[in-house]
Design a protein around this ligand. Structure first.
Ligand code: DAH
Length: 347
């Protein structure tokens, strides 16, 4: 029977082609599959021939067509598997994998030393019932200066020139304006105000080893009934001891800030020599760490707080200064350069 012979032929020749096929030719395989098993392929063509057969022969040959299709379908699948395996093998051979190499370690980052200092100080004050307040880096001239008792044309403004957004809006020169903003909103019937406010400040300055046009401060403010200079001293002594060691003493020297009266400069006894005199304290035994004072009555009055009834103290410290002293850092620019060798020392 001619049709049966052609079927047998197709099966044999296709199997022979598959057997000769290289292990890496997926495209060739796909083409052959379409040619043989596709809708318009050889097998379909042979199937058309069934119509011409007698009624007895048709089911016999029909069964044979199905068998050939099954056999070839399987053969194509087998070949596809061989090609896939060859592909993986080739990939493995081209990639050299050394399983004895040590694993790659994930490098753990760390908090920046300035963040660490600020968190350390925040923790100490949180423990004493202070709240932590966020201020504004872009501030109004009004809050930065006038509400801090520095009216326009006040000579002390000269020391704090800054970047102006407009005539009335500037980058704050200190964290002190947060004092006015918190005083404005504090409800004294609920108790005294105790807050610290860490943040970034700006000055018009030429950057060198000890100056930067931006740096970080922490403002402190306590206002309530009968808050005295003794409270200020006790608080600063405690923070000095926590930061620089249990044996530290502090001393207050008269100073001037427009927003405090009286104003003081605060020195801590040298943590390196203990007061004998060394290179850290420049042979004086004392290191200046911050400015402070009793809140000026005008600052309270401008917030509508009765200065006869309420009094308070304030202080402002520089975070960079604390870190530089504590770790013997000589150049303030080291904080901002993002040099991993510097940053990693404070893990
Ligand atoms: N704002 C001052 C400055 O940047 C620092 C300061 C001094 C803040 C005395 C205070 C203070 O709250 O009482 O130089």
């Amino acid at each position: 029977m001619e049709l049966q012979e052609r079927l047998e032929d197709l099966k044999n020749s296709t199997q022979a082609k598959l057997a000769k096929m290289r292990g890496d030719n997926a495209k060739e395989l796909q083409e052959l599959r379409v040619q043989v098993l596709g809708k318009k392929g050889s097998l379909t063509e042979l199937l058309q021939g069934l119509k011409e057969l007698s009624a007895e022969a048709r089911p016999i040959v029909g069964k044979q067509v199905n068998e050939v299709r099954d056999v070839l379908t399987k053969a194509f699948e087998e070949q596809a598997k061989i090609i896939e395996a060859a592909k993986i093998q080739a990939q493995l051979e081209s990639e050299s994998l050394d399983v004895t190499l040590p694993g790659r370690q994930i490098k753990l980052g760390s908090r920046h030393i300035l963040s660490q200092i600020s968190e350390e100080i925040e923790d100490i004050f949180l423990g004493m019932g202070y709240q932590i307040v966020d201020g504004l880096e872009v501030e109004e001239d009004y809050y930065n200066f006038e509400r801090m008792n520095l009216p326009k044309d006040h000579p002390a403004r000269d020391m704090q020139d800054t970047f102006y957004i407009s005539q009335d809006i500037l980058l704050r020169t200190h964290t002190s304006p947060v004092q006015a903003r918190t005083l404005d909103s504090h409800d004294f019937s609920e108790g005294p105000l105790k807050m610290i406010s860490p943040g970034r400040v700006f000055r018009r300055d030429t950057d060198d080893a000890t100056h930067s046009h931006q740096f970080h401060q922490i403002e402190g403010l306590v206002v309530g009934e009968q808050i005295s200079m003794g409270d200020l001293k006790g608080t600063l002594e405690l923070i000095s001891q926590k930061m620089f060691g249990q044996d530290r003493r502090i001393r207050l020297r008269p100073s001037y800030f427009p927003f405090t009266e009286p104003s003081v400069e605060v020195d801590v006894s040298c943590f390196k020599c203990g007061g004998e005199g060394c290179n850290v304290c420049k042979k004086t035994g004392w290191i200046e760490i911050l400015g402070a004072g009793m809140v000026h009555p005008s600052v309270l009055e401008m917030s509508g707080v009765d200065a006869e009834k309420y009094s308070g103290f304030a202080f402002g410290l520089g975070q960079e200064r604390i870190a530089m002293l504590r770790y013997g850092i000589n150049d303030i620019r080291d904080f901002y350069q993002g040099d991993i060798r510097f940053i990693q020392q404070f893990k």
